[in-house]
Design a protein around this ligand. Sequence first.
Ligand SMILES: [Zn+2]
Length: 405
Amino acid sequence: MTDWLLTDIADGRALRIRAGRIVEHAHGLAPNGASVLDCQGGTIEPGRVNAHTHLYSGLAPLGMPAPSPAPQHFVQILERVWWKLDRALDAQSLRAAARFYIATALLSGTTTLVDHHESPRFIEGSLDVLASACAELGCRALLTFGATERNGGRAEGLAGLGECRRFIEKNTHVALRGLVGLHASFTVSDETISAAAQLCKDLAVPMHVHVAEDRADVEDARRRGYHDPLDRLLRLSALPPGSIVAHGVHLDEAAVRRCADEGLWLVQNPRSNHGNRVGYPRSLRHSSRVALGTDGYPAVMSDEEAALTLYAKEASDDEASVAARLHAGWSLLSEHFALPFAKLQAGAAADLVVRSVHGAVRHVFVAGRLVVRDGALMAADATTIRHEAAQQAQRLWHIMATIDS
Ligand SMILES: [Zn+2]
């Protein structure tokens, strides 16, 4: 791996990268055999973390037809849009979606994607498609398959968990991690949740799951005799410390405090929550372990941060600061990769964004690898990726039109 020396940084210092980490950030450093990258007076900052998203929806911005009839509530949005799209995916469309999504992320300075994947007609091997797109373009990622029973019952749930196990056991990539995944409490039986819990225990990895995104998830858990979906997952031992709980919109204050006590990460997704009209996650103020995610929206975190600021203000939530969410995202990564991420200090992961004096993303490093240089991807051509994505999108819309909701 190339050693790098970043020079002419706005703070007057230089920064040395070796073997995936920052090793020095000081004045007057000499190249000593490292490749020199002139930052031309620009600034350096840690790369952004998108703490909950879906690469599989990467083609959606490329002209996905509106559902008809229009959905009236959250479950209908799932049934008429996302549960049709995920059933239409195959290896080709998934690869195109992932590459397009990752390219957009890296070019905007987002260096880590915490992905939650579903493709019910293409389960085994699907995480390899995502992993190879991440490895090719150079993105850090946490990958999981969200096991569910909503199409094929228990067998489908076990196949999803099997894909998590297969990927976690074989993955050796330094910038990738596998997690155990469930779609959400309301689409799985207690038996599948218990099987997921056992898998977390066997492999010593946490869970990534949607929790209380909509009131319907809470009502389902109550019908099954639990206080809410968090209570259900915890009582079935499926949320080991470090697990990622996406949304939590309809968790009450006590449940959010319980998440913090159990060492769980919550993820707020402002644009998605607003777009799906599921409500504002008011209770999240009761944990400091709340990161920011885009839930399938493009991983341009400045857009998500602007949405957080806007919707938090509308909801009179003065606790939900962008800075707090960013730091939680870096802390989440530190737990999962056993490295510091938040500061430009010796020993920290070299996941860095160099901005020009005008603020534009110019160079991006992930795990010490230069993945964007002068605003262009190093490993592939962004125009070609977009062209292939547009072609696969047309194919995907055609297949979706043949699937009943
Ligand atoms: Zn999601």
